[in-house]
Design a protein around this ligand. Structure first.
Ligand code: ZN
Length: 273
């Protein structure tokens, strides 16, 4: 799946799971401010598994820090679409986010107290990923820094208690990414570093014919959208992107004090039955 589409599906998943509006599930409810800030962070987290390729879009999103991070991830994970696209990879990314959520510095002042710099650093990096993939920032050196640092500082100052969702956001984003690549022809090595052939009963003609799910090199694939960047991928991503935008705007309007539910009831009343 293409970078922008991974980002959009990450934002959409965040809205679906965290918003308490009638168009969302609200399984992991967060404040309205966290619905729209978290959507951007989760969009970035949904690009994290592709930070395994030194010449990819992500590598140049926040120079020179992103280049160093990506080189490290590439070396550890065994290269592109290997370790980062597995259950183990998702667990490791989530564990890192969880560990970083304890990293804080005490400012020694009454006003600011202890500042959580761990989640702040993650936020800067993930937001830079998202902005780059959504083509909001191009190859400029300063703009990605100012944008993502400003956002991280705003969250840190105005809603420091909001950071608790950072590990969850990283987990959700990575899961959405791996699912997004699972439905392409190339598939993902879900059980990396283990490599499996298809189980015998799947190849056995008398059993269920599921052998098509196994790609060379042990990748699993359920190629609903075909090759990455296909027309089917675009068709699927239009409603998903629209959903994310509606969810984010809705949370923003709530935050600004608009009575969005009154509007919702009026819209619902237009469809009798
Ligand atoms: Zn990928």
């Amino acid at each position: 799946m293409m970078g922008g589409h991974h980002a959009a599906s990450g934002a959409a998943a965040w809205v679906a799971v965290t918003a308490s509006t009638p168009i969302a599930f609200g399984w992991y409810p967060v404040s309205d401010a966290s619905v729209f800030t978290g959507a951007l962070v989760c969009a970035g987290a949904a690009l994290l598994p592709d930070a395994d390729h030194h010449s990819g879009t992500i590598a140049n999103s926040l120079k020179p820090v992103s280049n160093v991070v990506v080189k490290g991830i590439e070396a550890i994970s065994g290269g592109h679409r290997k370790g980062t696209h597995s259950i183990l990879g998702i667990a490791v990314f989530t564990a890192i986010a969880w560990a970083l959520s304890f990293l804080s510095i005490d400012t020694g002042t009454e006003e600011f107290g202890a500042i959580l710099i761990g989640p702040g650093i993650m936020c800067v990096l993930l937001v830079a990923f998202a902005l780059k993939a959504l083509k909001i920032t191009r190859d400029t050196k300063i703009f990605p820094w100012t944008m993502s640092v400003t956002l991280a500082v705003l969250i840190a100052i105005f809603a420091p208690e909001e950071w608790y969702w950072m590990p969850f956001s990283v987990a959700l984003g990575c899961i959405v990414h791996v699912l997004g690549d699972l439905i392409t022809t190339a598939g993902v090595p879900l059980l990396w570093p283990l490599k499996f052939r298809s189980p015998y009963w799947m190849r056995n003609k008398r059993g269920i014919e599921l052998d098509w799910m196994w790609r060379t090199g042990g990748n699993l694939s359920v190629p609903i959208i075909g090759d990455a960047g296909s027309v089917r991928e675009w068709i699927l991503l239009v409603p998903i992107s629209l959903y994310a935008i509606v969810g984010i705007v809705w949370a923003l309007l709530n935050q600004m004090g608009y009575d969005t539910m009154a509007v919702w009831y009026q819209v619902v009343a237009l469809f009798p039955g």
